[in-house]
Design a protein around this ligand. Structure first.
Ligand code: PGA
Length: 256
């Protein structure tokens, strides 16, 4: 049954502040109980305001990330972690450099692992998540192809962390960052649909008119691997945070 909750805000800023509040509450509660918090993190333009707000909460309210463990969804392949287009660089620049997280608690798929070792590497990534007790909150953006993480159309509900080919829509959307589509890597390492559905709570975020059509499909189409985000309808604890524009193609009865 589709039990996705929708939470709609006038602007992405207000939505992001609310997501940040939810995350910080969980971290605070766990910190007070001497427990770790396991976060699944996403990259792209969507979570930027959220990360900014988490940094604010750390600075102004003293929220500590010492007991937080993070797993990023994906990384381009091949990709040198030092490259300015790597998701390692992105995460440091937008979040990790400004909070008190222990660098040993950060996990981002390694785009420099040799092709011979990728399967084993991906299996270890999954095992590390399991060894931490699973992900408490998984953040997701959504691509115009309907991907979550880099699970492009054709990704089944059984997929786990693996090497994938990137589709043309995704590579075109990334082209400005790479100064031309010809420089966008053709592959990526991504957590799978199964890895995402195994997480305890999911927050899918989408802003702007360009996401309205795919948001509507993700929330209301029949579940299909042609639109991997539809698999979220099978997850028991997913909330979609939208701004007005991203929600604009949903009609009234689809908003509740
Ligand atoms: P975006 O990408 O946040 O840059 O829109 C989202 C995604 O492709 O998952």
């Amino acid at each position: 049954m589709n039990t996705i909750q929708k939470s709609i805000f006038p602007t992405s800023t207000e939505a992001s502040k609310n997501v940040a509040k939810e995350i910080s509450l969980l971290i605070k509660t766990n910190n007070n109980a001497g427990k770790q918090t396991i976060l699944g993190l996403a990259t792209g333009s969507t979570p930027l305001e959220l990360y900014k707000e988490l940094v604010n909460i750390h600075k102004n309210q003293g929220l500590s990330f010492r007991n937080v463990i993070t797993f990023n969804l994906d990384e381009y392949y091949p990709m040198n972690p030092e490259d300015r287009n790597s998701y390692v660089h992105f995460m440091n620049k937008h979040l990790f450099d400004y909070i008190d997280i222990d660098k040993d608690n950060i996990h981002i798929p390694d785009g420099s692992v040799s092709e011979d070792n990728i399967d084993e590497y991906c299996e270890t990534y999954e095992q590390t998540i399991r060894a931490c007790g699973g992900i408490d909150i998984q953040l997701l953006g959504i691509g115009r192809s309907g991907h979550v993480g880099f699970n492009e159309p054709g990704s089944t509900r059984l997929t786990r962390t693996r090497l994938v080919k990137l589709g043309q829509i995704t590579r075109n959307d990334a082209a400005p960052m790479f100064s031309g589509v010809e420089h966008v890597p053709k592959q990526a390492i991504t957590m799978g649909i199964r890895s995402i559905l195994d997480t305890k709570k999911i927050y899918l975020l989408a802003w702007g008119k360009s996401k309205a059509a795919i948001v509507k499909k993700a929330l209301t189409d029949k579940v299909t691997d042609k639109i991997p985000a539809t698999f979220l309808q099978e997850h028991k604890n997913t909330t979609v945070f939208l701004d007005k524009e991203a929600a604009s193609e949903l009609v009234q009865e689809q908003l509740t």
